[in-house]
Design a protein around this ligand. Structure first.
Ligand code: F6P
Length: 327
């Protein structure tokens, strides 16, 4: 029997990411273009449970492509992690006559979507949006490029004051358990090193690298540190450096949530627009439980199970680029 989609639900969930609004716009307009109604669900799975739902027309997504954050709001929902919570979401879908879902978010969002799809046989397509870029099967997630640029601009500013004072800065960036932001922003900002969870860096190695830099008349050193229990974070490293090498004038900057805000870059806006169209095309094509990805600039479909469970490998070439250029 052919399954006809008359109405889709759309939501954003987990940490917000620049480009989410561009994706909401694209999904909404592509659905309407294809004669499908769109119901916008507010505050992610939490708003689904409580029924914060509004039908969207094309004008509801006007003037948002350039805005950071998400007009749909977002949340991390513990209730949705329980079978009872997911049952409430399914019942709400039936009540609202929503036939399929497009969920926009990161690892947690897609994990929840995968279970819901399996338990209730619901067609769901995911659009990857997280500044962490930690989903397998896509070269980039929405928000990652914007966050990289935000970090690069911040580090450029810190470099001015670092070199004026001959200081050593440890700058901590987000990424949850992944080092993509730290490694790539280190290359983009000409940092001396990146401390990332995927690669062990011994304190002595780091000290040697910094010492070399200063010896070669560099007048500042900047080390990008990925937040993670494995790296110990910027404060942990700085403490150790102060203790073992008191000659350095050490400072710490934790960039924090500034990395998640701001207007999306052209790259993120275009990617979001392409992924939104691809999400609706995939649903119309009968696809389900897949994430839209981009590989070598081509749109691809990645099964939820792979996107979530497989570890996204770090590009070793980038590690050596940073190493060669920082000496
Ligand atoms: O997943 C996105 C992210 O910004 C991570 O980089 C970070 O560890 C986490 O979310 C922070 O979450 P919250 O905003 O809930 O503190």
């Amino acid at each position: 029997m052919e399954y006809r989609i008359n109405c889709i639900g759309i939501l954003t969930s987990g940490g917000d990411a620049p480009g989410m609004n561009a994706a909401i716009r694209s999904v909404t307009r592509t659905a309407i273009f294809n004669g499908i109604r769109v119901k916008a669900i507010y505050r992610g799975y939490s708003g689904f449970i409580t029924g914060e739902i509004k039908e969207f027309e094309t004008q509801n997504v006007s003037n948002i492509i350039q805005q950071g954050g998400t007009i749909l709001k977002t949340a991390r929902c513990d209730e949705f992690k329980t079978p009872e919570g997911r049952r409430k979401v399914y019942d709400r879908m039936v009540e609202e006559e929503i036939d399929a879902l497009v969920v926009i978010g990161g690892d947690g969002t897609l994990t929840g979507a995968r279970i819901l799809a399996q338990e209730f046989n619901v067609p769901i397509v995911g659009v990857p949006a997280t500044i962490d870029n930690d989903l397998f099967g896509t070269d980039s997630t929405l928000g990652y490029d914007t966050a990289l640029n935000t970090i690069m601009e911040a580090v450029d500013k810190i470099r001015d004051t670092a070199s004026s004072h001959n200081r050593l800065f440890f700058i901590e960036v987000m990424g949850r358990d992944a080092g993509f932001l730290a490694l790539n922003s280190a290359i983009a900002s000409g940092a001396e090193a990146a401390i990332i969870p995927e690669k062990e860096t011994k304190a002595d190695q780091l000290a040697e690298l910094i010492k070399n830099g200063f010896r070669k008349s560099k007048n500042s050193s900047i080390v990008l540190v990925a937040e993670s229990d494995v790296t110990g974070g910027a404060n942990g490293l700085a403490e150790r450096m102060r203790r073992e090498y008191p000659e350095y004038d050490v400072r710490v900057v934790i960039l924090g949530h500034i990395q998640r805000g701001g207007s999306p870059t052209a790259y993120d806006r275009i990617l979001a627009s392409r992924m939104g169209v691809a999400a609706i095309d995939a649903l119309l094509d009968g696809q389900r439980s897949i994430m839209i990805g981009v590989v070598n600039n081509q749109i691809v479909h990645v099964p939820f199970t792979k996107a979530i469970k497989d570890d996204k490998p770090l590009d070793e070439h980038l590690v050596s680029v940073l190493h060669i250029l920082s000496i």
